[in-house]
Design a protein around this ligand. Structure first.
Ligand SMILES: [Mn+2]
Length: 325
């Protein structure tokens, strides 16, 4: 599809005239898409418009504090325009939402450099740390006031997509954005957002982490650390998928580790793999050799076979990747 690239001003012009918006976010929702979705809905509400957020999956408990107090019932109005936020590819909408709206997206607001052109209009800024960072910039062109609710959403999106301001995607603009939010909305308890997003874990999740640390494997002279989350482990502590967020960062806590591998057992014979790089290794390239991909420092792939076979494939690819550095 021929996509029209828009800047903030052009996007704002369009939003001012749009009516009855459905805002789509990606499946397995994260802090950024939830924050961006509900902050944008609130902006449109302030402008006197109807807007509702739609997701293929339920919003996980940990992000439910970003849901507005009074929520519109999902199907209370038919959409006249469709906006996707933080969705790099219509496939990521999830099957139900993709089938309904995948080919009807008018505007896409995103920060993924890998964004495939699937919308009519696109506001894309690959330098932004989060879609929420773009939305704050966009708000400067809209007749809206940033409320505590919006600041909570936008801050959470930025904090979560930057790993609490740790990753390479953090720029001076990122800090200026959160500084502005703190100036505008000083009553929001930003430190509590960080505590809730990064420090607090369920009892089961911590017990799982303990087990994973007990079984942590060290390879390639300590440069590669591997953990394997089996179905048995998940059942043992009654931990669901949403609670696994951030687990892929665990192997890289080990000093000297260059590559962290997290294998998650799906049905038997299949492992979803998350690979993380501490600094110089390009894990996107490594995962591409196994049919996957992603970012330079955070990528993934699917590996089949027994756990032992999967390990072997992964370690071979990583050892070749380490030689490239
Ligand atoms: Mn994002």
């Amino acid at each position: 599809m021929q996509v029209q690239q828009w800047n903030l001003k052009e996007t704002a012009q369009w939003l001012k005239q749009c009516e009855d918006a459905y805002i789509l976010i990606h499946q397995s929702p994260d802090g950024d898409c939830v924050g961006a979705g509900y902050a944008l809905a609130e902006m449109l509400h302030q402008m006197g418009k109807r807007a509702s957020v739609h997701c293929n999956d339920p919003i996980p408990k940990r992000y439910q504090f970003m849901l507005p107090q009074a929520q519109e019932p999902e199907e209370s109005f038919a959409p006249k325009c469709i906006i996707a936020v933080d969705v790099a590819d219509p496939k990521l909408l999830g099957s139900r939402i993709q089938a309904q709206f995948g080919e009807k997206v008018d505007l896409c607001i995103d920060h993924h450099i890998s964004n495939v052109a699937y919308s009519q209009y696109r506001l894309l800024n690959g330098a932004a740390s989060a879609t929420c960072e773009i939305l704050y910039a966009l708000a400067q062109y809209l007749p809206v006031t940033i409320t505590d609710f919006m600041a909570t959403c936008l801050y959470t999106g930025i904090a979560t997509d930057t790993g609490c301001f740790q990753y390479d995607n953090v720029s001076a603009e990122t800090h200026r954005t959160v500084a502005a939010l703190m100036d505008l909305c000083p009553d929001v308890r930003y430190s509590q957002i960080n505590r809730r997003m990064f420090a607090v874990k369920s009892f089961g999740r911590l017990q799982l982490e303990q087990l994973l640390i007990d079984h942590m494997e060290q390879y390639l002279g300590g440069k590669c650390i591997l953990i394997c989350v089996t179905q048995e482990f998940l059942r043992k502590f009654q931990v669901d998928e949403a609670e696994l967020e951030g687990i892929a960062g665990l192997p890289l806590q080990v000093e000297g580790a260059e590559v962290g591998i997290t294998m998650k057992e799906k049905e038997s014979g299949k492992f979803r793999v998350s690979m993380r790089s501490a600094d110089r290794v390009n894990v996107s390239a490594i995962c591409q050799t196994l049919g996957g991909g992603g970012h330079v420092k955070a990528a993934g792939c699917l590996v089949t076979g027994t756990a032992a076979e999967a390990r072997q494939k992964l370690l071979k690819a990583v050892s070749e990747g380490l030689e490239q550095v």
